[in-house]
Ligand binder design. Structure first.
Ligand code: AR6
Length: 167
């Protein structure tokens, strides 16, 4: 498999070293992929997240995977889209970069991401896909352990947007 790949699926089912959660700044769960990850990981994940007392947009925190097949969950609040002139692009890149740094620090080889910020947070999909794939490819050039990153897309439109940024 190429070092960056794009698949359609449910990220809670993916067996990788770390999956990333599109969280909010409280890190205490929510809807969308965050809700799905919390449901699948089990209630002990709340206890682990509580200890962080939140997380700023674009930063990342790591917990165990609890009942998930993944060893770790990396939680990052992506930016809420406010029109694009409020640092959204850089904050989204930070979410990907800081998640990958944390994965690498924990000796993870394989990492899976959902499409951060393009659901409830309304970041334009094509623009987000471009930033995500570029940030991942740049990171892989300097990574020590991470050598395979998978974008796990929940629907056809998201899958097509990320797929088209690969080449
Ligand atoms: N696997 C992979 N992708 C998924 C899954 C899944 N199981 N479920 C949904 N998606 P969103 P955001 C996709 O709204 O925009 C939460 O309430 C979904 O189709 O989950 O970053 C948090 O607590 C979309 O393509 O995240 C925050 O408050 C993508 O995941 C807020 O939503 C992201 O959609 C974060 O908003």
């Amino acid at each position: 498999m190429p070092p960056v790949n794009v698949i359609k699926g449910d990220i809670t089912k993916i067996k990788v070293d770390a999956i990333v959660n599109a969280a909010n700044t409280t890190l205490m769960g929510g809807g969308g992929v965050d809700g799905a990850i919390h449901r699948a990981a089990g209630p002990a994940l709340y206890g682990a997240c509580e200890k962080f007392h939140g997380c700023r947009t674009g930063e990342a925190r790591i917990t165990g995977g609890f009942n998930l097949p993944a060893k770790f969950i990396i939680h990052t609040p992506g930016p809420i889209w406010h029109g694009g002139d409020n640092g959204e692009d850089q904050l989204l890149a930070n979410s990907y970069h800081n998640s990958l740094r944390l994965a690498d620090k924990h000796l993870c080889r394989t990492v899976a991401f959902p499409s951060i910020s393009t659901g409830v947070y309304a970041f334009p999909l094509e623009r987000a896909a471009k930033i995500a794939i570029k940030t991942i490819k740049d990171f892989l050039l300097t990574a020590n352990y991470v050598d395979q990153v998978t974008m796990v897309c929940f629907d056809d439109k998201t899958f097509a947007a990320y797929q088209s940024q690969l080449y």
